[in-house]
Write a protein that binds this ligand. Structure first.
Ligand code: PSV
Ligand code: MN
Ligand code: MN
Length: 383
């Protein structure tokens, strides 16, 4: 079985997946959750040690702020992982009631821009290259503000952030089509995100969160189109049924994940040279968090392994000859291939556990940290 393309493939895990989280109405407390960013990194490192797939951890600012970034970086490296993308946070400040980067008041826009400049400073200390920007903003009512004016203000604010990027830094600009109660989002779709990125310059790229689309959206089409433009910077992988559910990637629609990875493989974008950052953006509200993350990174790997089974030659021939069913069959054959055994063999050959979830359960890690950690923080929101 051809699994060559897996060798340098990695998934980045989010620090907030290890803390408590819940619905919009209730956070469920789990025993042994991390009390600070160091403990989040320790948990993330377990995911990497058991899977060999997750060597980076995304941070959320200010949730993960520490006194000494060099110390956190050194701690992560000692644990065998690196600090990854830095997520800005514009959604927990009274000043942003009417928006942040698009706010009608220039002083509030300035504050929001400065938050991103602070994130760039943090990235210099952590060695991170990716700044992820997500706007939780929009309008509740038609006429509340000028749709066009907000886009002009957004362009200006993003320009200030972009111009402050260091040589090796880039922007990941996230879009999302809805928030509960909004009539219009400030960056509702990939077209809006891409237009801003194109205006900014080549170090501005789109991040595609799989939970941020209307039901039925053909996400692999968006992936293909952004790859064509060289502007797919990253994924925020998760699953959704009805809303932005942040459930385990590949849980709701494994076939969709396969179709996404098929476009990735067709463009060779699973290789590190593509600089597509395959991140998770998930919360584990009721399930155990570390096994939930292990399951997630394995699901991404499995979808990629299946996509690598597509007989590209046979597919191209069937497509050229107009063999509709034949072409579809080539794709489905790859999807139906059971890659679990070969992936377990591959893990074993690399000194990793055949079954990472079972290995984690047998390790006693959960009991150890439950005994050690009392008073874990809620993921992000209370940090
Ligand atoms: C917003 O729904 C989002 O997807 C953004 O990436 C945020 O940073 C993240 O979720 C917060 O959990
Ligand atoms: Mn996201
Ligand atoms: Mn989201």
């Amino acid at each position: 079985m051809n699994l060559d393309g897996l060798d340098d493939f990695t998934v980045e895990v989010p620090s907030w997946a290890y803390g408590n989280s819940g619905t919009r109405f209730k956070v469920f407390a789990s025993p042994g959750v991390p009390r600070n960013p160091y403990e989040k990194i320790a948990d993330a490192a377990v995911v990497h040690r058991t899977t060999g797939l997750a060597p980076r951890v995304s941070l959320h600012i200010p949730w993960d702020v520490v006194d000494d970034w060099g110390d956190l970086r050194a701690y992560a490296e000692k644990q065998g992982v690196r600090l990854g993308a830095v997520n800005a946070n514009l959604f927990q400040d009274d000043d942003y009631k009417l928006g942040s980067l698009c706010h009608p008041d220039p002083a509030i826009r300035d504050k929001a821009v400065r938050h991103h400049l602070d994130c760039l400073e943090i990235m210099r200390a952590t060695g991170s290259t990716d700044l992820k920007i997500w706007l939780p903003d929009g309008l509740n009512y038609p006429g509340q503000d000028s749709l066009r004016g907000r886009q002009d203000r957004l362009a200006e604010s993003l320009r200030r952030i972009y111009d402050a990027l260091g040589e090796d830094q880039r922007i990941l600009l996230e879009y999302k089509f809805f928030e509960p109660y909004f009539y219009s989002m400030d960056i509702p779709d990939w077209g809006t995100s891409l237009l801003h990125c194109l205006a900014l310059g080549e170090r501005a790229t789109v991040v595609l969160d799989t939970g941020h689309h209307a039901p039925g959206t053909n996400i692999e089409f968006i992936v293909m189109q952004l790859l064509r433009q060289g502007r797919l910077g990253a994924f925020d992988f998760n699953s959704r049924f009805y809303a932005d559910d942040d459930l385990i990637v590949g849980a709701a629609d494994p076939f969709q994940l396969f179709r996404i990875m098929s476009e990735i493989v067709a463009a060779g974008a699973h290789r590190p040279e593509s600089r597509v950052n395959f991140m998770l953006d998930q919360c584990h509200n009721i399930e155990e968090k570390i096994p939930g993350q292990i399951r997630s990174v394995l699901n991404v790997e499995q979808a990629l392994a299946k996509a690598l089974q597509i007989d590209q030659g046979a597919l191209a021939t069937a497509q050229r000859e107009g063999d509709v069913l034949g072409a579809n069959a080539v794709l489905m054959d790859a999807y139906e291939t059971d890659v679990r055994g070969p992936l377990a063999d591959r893990r074993e050959a690399r000194g990793l556990p055949r079954d990472p979830v079972a290995a984690f359960k047998a390790s006693g890690y959960a009991a150890t940290v439950t005994a050690e950690r009392v008073g874990g923080t809620q993921a992000g929101w209370g940090a």
